[in-house]
Design a protein around this ligand. Structure first.
Ligand code: NAP
Length: 305
């Protein structure tokens, strides 16, 4: 049996309840994990609230969670990469649970330098950052502006861009400015007149913009003089209206292998930072959602299982 967090109707965080069900079994090319830690992402509460029901309808009841770290407990037919007992992390659907199943290629070996909690909360930020920077075509020596740079995705995007040799300007509230400097970015306070502050810092201009906060696309297109290299991960409609682009998770264009490889490379180099905003037991998933819904803070929110 497997304890999981499930909801039967769209609504607020109180919809999340603890249930017990048969542990999912791995099919061909899949592995079963005993989950140790599962990341909590804004998309989880957007799905729970029904905000995405038109584009991503869920079969209810639904177990949330898109990423985890854990120990392999069973392997399906044809699996060659993993054996029972291996410690892994990566893209794991229905991860708010004791046991979950995922594709063998969606995982990487958990390095000793990362805690279970860090490893469990990495995939979404790393895959999104890799996909976004590829879509922007960011090159060495270019200047990237990241809106919401201290957030879960923003902080990883900053580190990947710095590692690629870019200069990075990141917006955040003042409390997160020292944190952004530690990540290698030049901080700028968001809010009114943010683009004046960006222009003051980047007198030679900005080459590309990644918006992880929402609401900055028109100003970013004006800053660059065009939308070709302005990318949102938040709002496709805002992107269309501003003449910018949007990227969403796409199984056909999944960047998981490159993303996990980059995490391993930076972790081995000792330069990767992934602070944890909150670590809560699985049973407190509703509290984790309420925290994520606040939309502010530094680092990732994780459920331990
Ligand atoms: N399309 C995709 O593939 C994809 C993938 C992952 C996530 N997302 C979306 O991307 C967004 C960010 O996700 P996340 O996990 O990084 O969230 P998060 O960890 O909650 O971070 C949100 C960040 O936004 C910043 N912020 C809040 N208000 C702001 C404002 N007015 N201006 C600028 N920054 C502001 C906060 O900074 P302070 O703490 O300094 O206030 C915070 O660090 C969410 O909407 C999520 O659903 C999309």
């Amino acid at each position: 049996m497997s304890v999981a967090i499930s909801f039967t109707a769209y609504g607020d965080a109180d919809q999340l309840t603890t249930v017990e069900a048969e542990a999912p079994q791995p099919g061909p090319g899949e592995v079963q994990l005993r989950v140790r830690a599962a990341g909590v992402n804004p998309v989880d509460w957007k799905l729970r609230a029904g905000y995405l029901a038109a584009v991503m309808p869920l079969e209810l009841p639904h177990v949330l969670g898109l990423e985890a770290a854990g120990t392999v407990t069973a392997v399906g037919a044809g699996v060659t990469r993993w054996s029972v007992g291996d410690e892994v992390f990566g893209r794991v659907p229905a991860a708010y649970a004791e046991y979950a199943v995922t594709a063998e290629n969606a995982l990487a070996a958990k390095p000793a330098e990362l805690s279970w909690e860090q490893a469990g909360a990495l995939h979404m930020a790393a895959e999104t950052s890799t996909r976004a920077l590829a879509a922007l075509g960011l090159a060495k020596g270019e200047t990237l502006l990241v809106h919401g740079a201290a957030g879960g995705v923003g902080a990883v995007a900053v580190q990947f861009a710095v590692a690629a040799g870019a200069r990075v300007i990141g917006t955040a509230s003042p409390a997160n400015h020292d944190y952004l400097r530690e990540l290698g970015a030049e901080p700028v306070e968001y809010g009114d007149e943010v683009f004046d502050r960006v222009r003051a810092v980047a007198s030679e201009g900005v080459d590309a913009v990644l918006d992880t906060a929402g609401g900055y696309l028109a100003g970013s297109v004006a800053l660059l003089g065009g939308g070709a290299r302005v990318l949102s991960i938040v709002n496709p409609q805002e992107a269309e209206e501003a003449g910018a682009s949007f990227t969403g998770s796409d199984p056909e264009a999944d960047h998981t292998p490159a993303a996990l490889a980059k995490v391993l490379e930076l972790t081995a180099a000792g330069t990767f930072r992934l602070p944890l905003r909150a670590v809560l037991p699985l049973a407190e998933a509703a509290r984790a959602h309420r925290l994520s819904e606040q939309g502010h803070g530094r680092g990732r929110i994780v459920l331990t299982v």
